[in-house]
Design a protein around this ligand. Structure first.
Ligand code: GLU
Length: 548
């Protein structure tokens, strides 16, 4: 029997399939020209980093805007990194931001799609079949080197400034015979299966990264591990087989993998697979002390995707933000196309930042404020109620009176210039506080004495009852101000300040403070209408008594 065949049967006696079986089982996808088939391929750690959300978003957009497919593959060959329910947490986490999959894992055990299993631990037989085939072709071999031997080689290589790893003369078991391998296996020795790398140290490879452009690197010469001691594949090998059989056209992933591309391309080549297109996403950066650094899981709370849910950023706002950092011309497009769905925007991998998008929470807040300002009161109510149920007991209680809450959220909403006050739902309780509790600490403008403030409030209470309409309210307030010695407008006041005690703004501020405890609020008339006439009177009485 041929030596390679003998070795293949020795290492994989249980494998009775051949690669062609899988080629038939997973046929080429019938999709339109240019359709992107891509995947999000996390380990089931349950933890979703903002960079992961961003990568998933980019994959989703690439597939959706090209009429392709986006699937979720779980890479669980490293059991140490697993957490309970890790898959579910990732699926739910992404879904809460509107990122859904056409195929792939739905939970730890369920999946959908024709190209599965979509979890690597269930694909052991597939990987072993492909490695067996490589052994048969003399392209892979068992390596019995111990950890100590490997460490020794590495040390020597470091000293001599040579490429670290098992290659060339260091690849001790490259030419091991099947009989020798059998003897070692019978003696109970562990082994991995390595690629017999066809690489040439003097050659370089070139490839075009869809984000980073043309890249040139030395060819891989290392006999990388394909199967680990437990018979499971390494990431390198597993993803090559998976991306091929799942008919992936684009590998979109973090750029920490860019150094591995020569290995990956070589693996596609030795397996006889057409390589996918690559797009390596630069890490999200953050400005700090005038410099830039990577957004860090350890240092930055906003690096964890949970942060956005807890703070109560609406998914749509995060989505808008992701679009902005993905393609910098999105913002301009959005301004010109306020009501268009973002799918209409020409999204492109080539427009992504090579240096790494800059994370800016102030920008996210701005985008979120604008986004929230376009929602209806009913939408805001639903969002806030949902959020408060999990995150704010007191607010949740307050929202039980839906009719009142709708009035509160409806103030200055649906107008051509809605207010942009709220960036996230954890601000709502504070923002709406005075609608639910009477203000206690009333601080009036410094230029108004206590007796003057009391006078204004008394006068206001006399003048204004339930019958005043929105149109009448401000002109009436102006008249009242003028009668009391205040200028009707700031402009009039500025022209001859010596003639007035102040202007109408001072008068309205005194009333605002008495009713809300704040100097800056939405429209006072609408606030009063929401609070109701009796409540307004009681607040005025309380403020007057405090001042006297
Ligand atoms: N499992 C790899 C990771 O978590 C996936 C990389 C890829 O998308 O190919 O980084």
């Amino acid at each position: 029997m041929d030596e390679n065949l003998k070795m293949a049967e020795l290492l994989f006696p249980e494998v009775d399939t051949i690669p062609d079986d899988y080629e038939t089982k997973y046929p080429k996808r019938v999709l339109k020209e240019g359709a992107v088939v891509t995947r999000f391929a996390p380990s089931p750690t349950g933890f979703l980093h903002f960079g992961g959300l961003f990568a998933a978003f980019i994959g989703y957009m690439s597939a959706k805007t090209s009429g392709g497919k986006f699937y979720l593959r779980i890479e669980d060959t490293d059991k140490k990194r697993e957490v309970e329910n890790g898959v579910r947490l990732i699926v739910d986490g992404l879904e809460s931001f509107g990122i859904t999959f056409d195929e792939g894992m739905l939970s730890e055990t369920e999946e959908k799609g024709e190209y599965g299993p979509y979890i690597q631990s269930a694909r052991r037989g597939i990987y072993r079949c492909f490695v067996k085939d490589l052994v048969k072709k003399g392209l892979a071999y068992p390596c019995f080197m111990s950890e100590e031997e490997l460490a020794e080689i590495r040390q020597g290589q470091e000293k001599e400034k040579k490429l670290p790893g098992v290659w060339g003369e260091y690849a001790k078991y490259r030419d091991i015979t099947a009989d020798e391998a059998r003897a070692r296996i019978d003696a109970g020795e562990d082994y991995v299966v390595r690629l017999r790398s066809p690489g040439d140290a003097n050659k370089r490879i070139k490839f075009k990264d869809l984000i980073k452009g043309e890249i040139e690197m030395p060819e891989n010469i290392i006999d990388v591990v394909l199967l680990k001691k437990d018979g499971m594949p390494t990431y390198h090998f597993a993803h090559v087989v998976d991306d091929h059989l799942m008919r992936t056209t684009h590998v979109i992933r973090g750029d920490e993998w860019i150094a591995s591309v020569p290995t990956h391309l070589q693996l596609f080549y030795v397996c006889g697979f057409k390589p996918p297109k690559y797009a390596h996403i630069s890490p999200i950066m953050k400005e700090e002390n005038g410099g830039k650094r990577k957004l860090s899981k350890r240092k930055d709370p906003e690096a964890a995707v949970d942060f956005y849910k807890k703070a109560g950023y609406p998914a749509g706002a995060v989505w808008e933000y992701l679009m902005t950092i993905a393609n910098s011309d999105y913002e301009q497009w959005r301004m010109a196309n306020k009501n268009e769905p973002c799918e209409k925007f020409k999204f492109s991998l080539s427009k992504m930042s090579k240096a790494g998008a800059l994370f800016d929470i102030a920008k996210l807040n701005d985008i979120s404020k604008t986004y929230i300002s376009t929602l209806t009161a009913e939408q805001v109510y639903d969002y806030v109620k949902n959020w408060a149920e999990e995150n704010d007991y007191l607010l949740n209680e307050r929202l039980l009176n839906k009719e009142y809450a709708l009035k509160v959220f409806g103030i200055e909403r649906g107008t051509p210039k809605p207010r942009k006050d709220i960036a996230k739902w954890d601000e709502v309780r504070e923002y709406t506080e005075y609608f639910y509790t009477r203000p206690k600490e009333l601080v009036y403008p410094e230029n108004i004495s206590a007796s003057e403030a009391a006078e204004i409030l008394r006068e206001y209470k006399k003048e204004f009852d339930n019958s005043v309409t929105a149109e009448e309210w401000f002109p009436k307030l102006r008249d009242m101000a003028e009668r009391m010695g205040y200028a009707k407008t700031p402009k009039v006041y500025k022209a001859s300040p010596e003639e007035y005690k102040g202007h109408v703004g001072d008068v309205s501020t005194v009333i605002r403070v008495a009713l809300t405890g704040r100097t800056n609020t939405p429209d006072l008339y609408l606030i009063s209408e929401t609070l109701g006439y009796n409540e307004v009177c009681e607040r005025l009485d309380f403020a007057i008594s405090e001042l006297s």
